[in-house]
Every structure is written in structure tokens, then in C-alpha cells.
Design a protein around this ligand. Structure first.
Ligand SMILES: Nc1ncnc2c1ncn2[C@@H]1O[C@H](COP(=O)(O)OP(=O)(O)OP(=O)(O)O)[C@@H](O)[C@H]1O
Ligand SMILES: [Mg+2]
Length: 447
């Protein structure tokens, strides 16, 4: 009778006579809905229910019980049945339940798909590379992701600071919230404050409506302050207050707003040096560098070059519908090139090579690297002087450099002494007290 009623509505019915054959049919027929009596000749409906849930937790199961055994129905519901029908079964009621079960299942599947899509979209971006130095950075990133502290990403241009900032957000418990980025170097100083903090209606000529700032937009999420070293001094003070008090006012507003944001800042130049040159507030520097992560330049993690090159080659050849591979000579040239523009330069180089490559092999000539390497040419060594910021007065430039040297030396001594301050102080031939004050000055935490 049940089969008849269901087939009349266009459903396909697969029958099973007892628990073992039901379990077998479940696996073979993969039904959309399971309808089972609780009493069966071999096994029982609970066994069918469990098998169905094991196969697919979203599979709706409707149980049928004899009139009066309501207790069994309750137990079945507790074990995950979607609903129950009292016997004798009313066909209309049955059809209603089956329709509802199918709709519910469709929703559950849509939900899973949507969640997957969302996770992919806002999922952790892939960080490619296996050089021990990069792995160390990844470990730090994971550790930072588990906390809510401010993170400072330091690294040369193109090393992946933004990528790491996004990964940090995706790995953190705030990943349901927004990731909001602002590039402090790209926005004119006059607009930066309203971009960061928003403004009230009528705050200035042209402020026709209230506009929220990035701090507000990032509520419950992560705010990425890119190129923080370029933040003008007056705004540094305002950011500091927003960080310390977690509150701020919109431009032209008097009401103090509270936000819950995690700050990730990035800089490609020595912030410490900018502090020494009095271009960056020391208090803000300390506030930001609670958890500093230093992303080493590509030339210092040669293990990543070939991996990244292959990764980008796969990506671009897929995009361009080509099938190419590297000639050994090309790989070798990539390996010895100093990559002043780091991963971004490598990525651009491979994209160009895949475009230029006419056959299936990328040759050195397709790479068109600026510093030619190979026979007859000498690789241009990267001079440390190219990295040094000589701007400002003589005093400023010297201070910047000496302070950087001091920091590195102190760090090295602390590492050499496995974190033992007394021994590090002896190695440096300075007093214990002087060392302690330097550690504090440079924000070096225990090794
Ligand atoms: N480890 C990596 N794996 C995959 N892609 C990477 C990696 N590192 C960097 N990239 C890619 O290289 C490019 C440059 O990275 P990103 O923009 O994060 O660098 P950046 O440090 O912010 O540079 P800049 O200082 O110039 O702003 C991006 O396209 C990024 O996806
Ligand atoms: Mg960047």
C-alpha cells in the first residue's frame, strides 16, 4: 500500500524485508529518504536507522511504530530519525512527510555546498614553499593565529606580507568576520584619517552622509594596516589610542565608538630605524610589535625558488591552456638569480615566460632576467648597502644604521647564549643592566 501511494506521486521505491537486506539496499540504491518499521523479522528499525546515519548523517529516516509504542518513537527521534508515523499509516500523512524529508535533504546538501564555497573563497590562501626558513615563519603564523595579539609582518617588497596577513586571518577564530585592508602609503594623508575612522555627515564640505571607516568595517574581524611605516605622525597618535583603548571617534563626531578588531600591520622598511629617526612613534612601535614576524627575502630561502616557480608555471599554463615545463638551464638560472623583487618578481617572470614560450619548454631566454647570469656574465651580487636607507641628515642616517647593527648584534648574542642574559652580556662585554635595557629598547623577547 505504501509503495503504491509513493509511486503514484512519482517516487521510486526500493523494498527490503529485514535489517540486513535494508543495509545492503542502502549502500546500493543510495535512497533520498528511508522509511522503516521498527519491528523487522531480522534485526530492527533501530539498526536500519544507525546504518543510514552512518552512511550519511543527513539522510532523513522516518520510522513507523505500532499504535501505542510512542516510547520507541521517541528513542528513534533521539537517535536521529527525522519523524515517525503511527500505524496504520495514513497515506496523505506519509506523502507529506516524504516531501518534507526530500526538501530538508536538498537544503542540507545546498548548505554543505554553500559552506564549502564560502570556505574556499575566504579560506586560507595557499602559502607555497618548503624552505626551513619559510616553514619557521608558517609556524609563527599558526601560533599568532591562535591568539588575538597585534602582529607585525616585516619583509621586503614582494615577500608575501599581504598573503600572510590574509592567511593569518583565515587561520584565526575571527575568520567568520571581515578582513579589511588599508594601504597607508597609497592614500593621501588628508584622506587617511576619514578612511581609517570614518566621518559624520557634514564633518567637512562634501561629507553628505555619514561614512564608516575601516576600523568599524573590521569589527569582529582583522584590520590589515599595510605599509604602516608611511603613516603620518599625527595619525600614529590616533591609531595608538584606537589600539590601546579599542575606541575612537569618527571625524566630526563626538560619540566614542567601540570596536573589536585584531590588528595586523606590515612594513617593508626597518620600523626600528624609523623610530630612531623620529619618523615613527616609539610607543606605537612597541604596541605593534608584540608579535613580530620577519618574512625572509626569497634569496635567503633558495629552497623555495624551484617550488614557487613550478607552482606559478602550473597556474599560468593552466590559465593559458598551455603545457610547458622548465629546461634544466632555465631552472638553474632561476636558482642563481638574486630576486630583488622577491616572490612577486618571480611570479611576473614566470607569467612572462609562459606567454613568451612558443614550444613546450621554457628556456633561459624566455625568462629575460634583468641581472643576466650564466656563461660570460657575472651574477650581480646584492650589496647590503642597497638595503640601507641613507635619507635624512648625517646624524639620522648614522643613528639608524648603528641602531640596526646593535639590535642584530644583541639578538645574535642572545641566541648564542641560548637566552642566558648573563652570558650574552659577557660576550658583548657590556653590563647585565645595559643588556637588559637594550633588550627592552629593541623589543627583543627571550630567545
Ligand atoms: N609563499 C608564497 N606562495 C604563493 N604565493 C606567494 C608566496 N609569497 C608571495 N606570493 C605571491 O606573491 C605576490 C606578492 O605577495 P604580497 O603582495 O603578499 O607581497 P608583499 O610583501 O605584500 O609586497 P609589497 O611589499 O610589495 O606590498 C602575491 O601575488 C602573492 O600571492
Ligand atoms: Mg603588500
Amino acid at each position: 500500500m505504501l509503495r503504491h501511494a509513493l509511486e503514484e506521486q512519482g517516487h521510486t521505491v526500493v523494498e527490503a524485508v529485514d535489517q540486513p537486506s535494508a543495509v545492503q539496499q542502502l549502500q546500493q540504491a543510495r535512497p533520498a529518504v528511508v522509511l522503516t518499521d521498527l519491528k523487522l523479522p531480522d534485526g530492527d528499525g533501530f539498526g536500519v536507522l544507525r546504518a543510514a546515519k552512518e552512511l550519511d548523517p543527513e539522510l532523513p529516516v522516518v520510522v513507523m511504530t505500532a499504535y501505542g509504542s510512542i516510547q520507541d518513537a521517541v528513542t528513534a527521534m533521539k537517535e536521529g530519525a527525522m519523524d515517525f508515523l503511527a500505524k496504520p499509516v495514513d497515506p496523505d500523512h506519509l506523502l507529506l512527510l516524504v516531501e518534507r524529508a526530500i526538501a530538508q535533504r536538498r537544503m542540507a546538501i545546498d548548505n554543505v555546498l554553500l559552506k564549502q564555497e564560502l570556505a574556499e573563497r575566504r579560506g586560507a590562501p595557499r602559502i607555497v614553499g618548503e624552505d626551513p626558513k619559510l616553514r619557521q615563519v608558517s609556524q609563527q603564523l599558526h601560533r599568532a593565529a591562535g591568539t588575538d595579539t597585534t602582529v607585525l609582518l616585516e619583509g621586503e617588497s614582494g615577500t608575501g606580507k599581504e598573503l600572510f596577513a590574509r592567511a593569518l586571518h583565515a587561520l584565526s577564530s575571527r575568520n567568520d568576520g571581515p578582513f579589511v585592508a588599508i594601504n597607508c602609503a597609497a592614500i593621501p594623508e588628508t584622506l587617511l584619517e576619514t578612511e581609517l575612522f570614518g566621518h559624520e555627515k557634514g564633518a567637512f564640505t562634501g561629507a553628505a552622509a555619514r561614512k564608516p571607516g575601516r576600523f568599524e568595517l573590521a569589527h569582529r574581524g582583522t584590520l590589515f594596516l599595510d605599509e604602516i611605516g608611511d603613516l603620518p605622525l599625527p595619525l600614529q597618535a590616533k591609531i595608538l589610542r584606537a589600539l590601546e583603548e579599542k575606541r575612537f571617534e569618527r571625524v566630526g563626531g563626538t560619540q566614542s565608538l567601540h570596536v573589536d578588531v585584531r590588528i595586523v600591520a606590515a612594513t617593508n622598511r626597518g620600523l626600528k630605524a624609523a623610530v630612531a629617526a623620529r619618523q615613527f612613534r616609539e610607543d606605537l612601535f612597541f604596541r605593534l610589535s608584540v608579535f613580530p614576524i620577519d618574512i625572509p627575502p626569497l634569496r635567503e630561502r633558495p629552497g623555495d625558488i624551484a617550488t614557487l616557480a613550478r607552482h606559478f608555471m602550473d597556474k599560468f599554463s593552466r590559465d593559458m591552456n598551455k603545457k610547458v615545463h622548465f629546461a634544466p638551464a632555465a631552472l638553474e638560472e632561476l636558482q642563481t638569480y638574486p630576486w630583488p623583487g622577491n616572490v612577486r618578481e618571480l611570479q611576473n617572470c614566470i607569467e612572462r615566460a609562459v606567454i613568451l614560450c612558443d614550444g613546450d619548454t621554457i628556456q633561459p631566454r624566455h625568462l629575460s632576467l634583468t641581472f643576466k647570469v650564466g656563461p660570460g656574465a657575472v651574477a650581480a651580487p646584492v650589496s647590503p648597502w642597497d638595503q640601507i636607507d641613507l635619507s635624512g641628515t648625517l646624524l639620522e642616517a648614522t643613528r639608524r644604521v648603528t641602531s640596526e647593527v646593535e639590535r642584530r648584534k644583541v639578538e645574535q648574542a642572545m641566541q648564542g647564549a641560548a637566552g642566558n642574559r648573563q652570558r650574552a652580556a659577557e660576550a658583548l662585554q657590556i653590563s647585565y643592566k645595559a643588556l637588559t635595557s637594550k633588550l627592552r629598547e629593541f623589543g627583543i623577547s627571550e630567545v
